[in-house]
Unconditional design. Structure first.
Length: 324
């Protein structure tokens, strides 16, 4: 039986039933303007679950929302009976309806995978082999597990993921923390507007510190006075990021920080000109310094050589070598 086309009153539709709705946090501005000016041009697709219940949304949740906001009382729709369109088939129809006009965000992909795996008990191999490529995901079980986990996290974390405030792995890591720690981490990471690489670094440092010291993130934040730093209006965003990073690194690597501080203090006493660069090995884990310099004339080269000879004969060189 083909679906029946008719004008459907909005109060006939179950607006709270999101069983087949794929869309998450859509950009509605342009669609709202269009629906306000010319109405709904493409019919919604709805499903009659039973004779006693309101209609279920299959395709067109954004058009329905825009129609509500425009004050419309009816929308054009194709109405299926439950016998001709199962719930799972309706979800797959909604998926293809969305894929035909746009790329799904991470939460939307997770919604589809989670429902097919846990609600409709589809085999993991089927999702990996057929659905992951359709969603532009690597065809691996890990992809299914990762995106199914994403949609079980706090909504605030899902929003941060969709809006690009946090990378996926950082969102998943925050999601594994306690409720209090999740709030503290999310406030810091989104408040500082960290890039993906910096977010990964902060997550790694925080995780290592809390694991080593047996402390909660909330406690660590208080000890590092992170909240006060974030509220300091004298600091710019990048300065706050640098301050938090420095405090995390000092707490994570206290000996390394002491070495770095001593190295800088000693190097300043050498009064080397700016054309000479003196670099320690990474994390002072090595047995050699690296010195580079610039010169444009033979006289400049002689001056640089003399400054290095002077440095080699002073007491500072012994202090620098002792750091290695």
């Amino acid at each position: 039986m083909e679906p029946m086309f008719r004008q459907v009153a909005l109060d006939e539709i179950n607006l709270d039933d999101d069983t087949c709705v794929v869309t998450y946090r859509p950009d509605m501005e342009r669609l709202q303007r269009s629906v306000h000016q010319v109405g709904v041009l493409t019919p919604l697709q709805l499903r009659q679950v039973s004779e006693t219940t309101r209609l279920q949304i299959v395709c067109g949740s954004k058009r329905l929302q825009a129609s509500q906001q425009a004050g419309h009382t009816h929308v054009p729709a194709l109405v299926y009976h439950a016998e001709e369109l199962s719930e799972e088939a309706a979800l797959r129809l909604a998926l293809h309806d969305n894929l035909g006009c746009r790329e799904l965000n991470a939460v939307e992909k997770g919604r589809v995978l989670w429902r097919l795996r846990h609600r409709y008990q589809r085999p993991l191999a089927e999702l990996t082999e057929t659905l992951c490529p359709l969603l532009d995901l690597p065809p691996r079980e890990e992809s299914v597990d990762t995106y199914c986990t994403l949609v079980t996290l706090d909504d605030a974390l899902q929003v941060a993921m969709v809006e690009g405030a946090l990378p996926l792995q950082t969102v998943l890591w925050i999601g594994r923390q306690s409720a209090g720690n999740r709030r503290a981490l999310l406030a810091l990471f989104t408040g500082l507007k960290l890039g993906q690489n910096r977010a990964r670094e902060f997550a790694s440092l925080t995780d290592a510190i809390c694991h080593r010291d047996g402390c909660e993130v909330e406690v660590l934040w208080r000890e590092l006075e992170v909240d006060q730093l974030l509220e300091d209006d004298r600091l710019s965003g990048p300065q706050k990021i640098d301050q938090v990073r420095r405090r995390l690194r000092v707490r994570r690597y206290p000996q390394l920080h002491a070495h770095e501080q001593q190295f800088q203090d000693t190097l300043r006493r050498l009064h080397l000109p700016p054309q000479i660069s003196w670099q320690p090995p990474p994390y002072f884990d090595g047995h050699h310094y690296q010195i580079s310099f610039r010169f444009a004339t033979d006289e400049e080269l002689r001056q640089v050589a003399q400054r290095l000879l002077d440095a080699a004969s002073g007491p500072e060189i012994e202090e620098l070598l002792a750091l290695l």
